[in-house]
Write a protein that binds this ligand. Structure first.
Ligand code: PLP
Length: 292
């Protein structure tokens, strides 16, 4: 591995081509050049109705499919239909809760961690109004970590879902996501993990962790203001749709992407992986970015 060539890296970010140094990267990263170029190219050359037979429409549709495929490979999902795009992590989890609550019954239980971002707390707490019992998994005030025995004490046969963060944006601790998920699955519940503060720093591997739902924001990973949610295909299929009534239950992920999805940002976001590939190939002998 060669020493990181900062000139090459900076060259990927037009916003850094001046005297400014931005230190607010926890709130969002700068955008890679090729992401911006792809957004523009989508709008200027393929911004047409999807699903028609003419060439530009086909190309437009192919770009959206390629975006799903690219992200499925990047996070090690089994298929592109496990990728749900949306405007933000907050909106995606809110939509997930809107759909999932229709599967719950009064008396069912949901657990949320108190070190989460509001995006993965509010939608679940809101279920209380519908008779869902919400329990709080509190961090240990001495160690600032999530204690797995505390989780075991909170779990019952009525627990349907546990929402927790992979990395708290306040604490920075990397929670043992695989171990936590295993405990939750042993009790027959699902997990919804906020990966927003993890995804910019490490490789996401949803199969390795066996998570049910995993959500993160692309504007913190050098992309546009856009986000993605991974959901296991069997769970997405079971979820009631929140899109137009005529979009069928088997139309995954469309039934969970209400309204017109942002095609230009989907296509633009593929540039993030292209950026990683370029940096990797210039610094490592084997050239090929080892995603999974
Ligand atoms: C850990 C964490 N989760 C969720 C969010 C919300 O992300 P979004 O703005 O995409 O809704 C943030 C935003 O800073 C965050 O830091």
């Amino acid at each position: 591995m060669k020493k990181l060539d900062l000139k090459i890296v900076r060259n990927h970010f037009p916003a850094l081509d001046n005297d400014w140094a931005f230190f607010d990267n926890a709130g969002g990263s700068q955008t890679v050049r090729i992401v911006g170029e792809r957004i523009q190219d989508y709008l200027f050359s393929t911004n047409v109705q999807l699903g028609a037979t003419y060439e530009v429409s086909q190309q437009s549709g192919d770009r959206v499919i390629e975006a799903q495929q690219t992200w499925a490979e990047a996070i090690h999902a089994k298929s592109k239909s496990e990728i749900v795009f949306g405007p933000s992590t907050t909106a995606l989890i809110r939509n997930l809760a809107l759909s999932m609550v229709q599967q719950f019954h009064p008396g069912d239980e949901v657990i949320v961690a108190n070190c989460d971002h509001e995006a993965n707390i509010g939608p679940w707490i809101g279920m209380e109004k519908l008779g869902i019992h919400v329990k709080i998994w509190k961090i240990d005030p001495e160690t600032f970590t999530l204690d797995l025995d505390e989780l075991r004490k909170l779990m019952t046969e009525k627990t349907r879902l546990v929402a927790f963060t992979h990395v708290s944006n306040i604490l920075g601790t990397i929670n043992p996501i695989g171990e936590i998920t295993q405990i939750i699955h042993e009790h027959g519940a699902k997990v919804c993990v906020d990966g927003v503060a993890y995804a910019p720093h490490r490789l996401v591997d949803v199969q390795k962790w066996d998570v049910d739902f995993y959500v993160f924001s692309l504007y913190k990973v050098y992309g546009p203001h856009f986000a993605l949610m991974f959901g296991k295909r069997e769970h997405l299929k079971e979820l009631p749709g929140i899109n137009h009534f005529f979009i069928g239950e088997n139309e995954v992920p469309y039934k969970l992407q209400p309204g017109s999805m942002n095609y230009e940002l989907s296509w633009g976001s593929t540039g993030i992986i292209e950026y990683f590939e370029d940096i990797y190939s210039r610094h490592f002998e084997d050239n090929k970015l080892p995603l999974h």
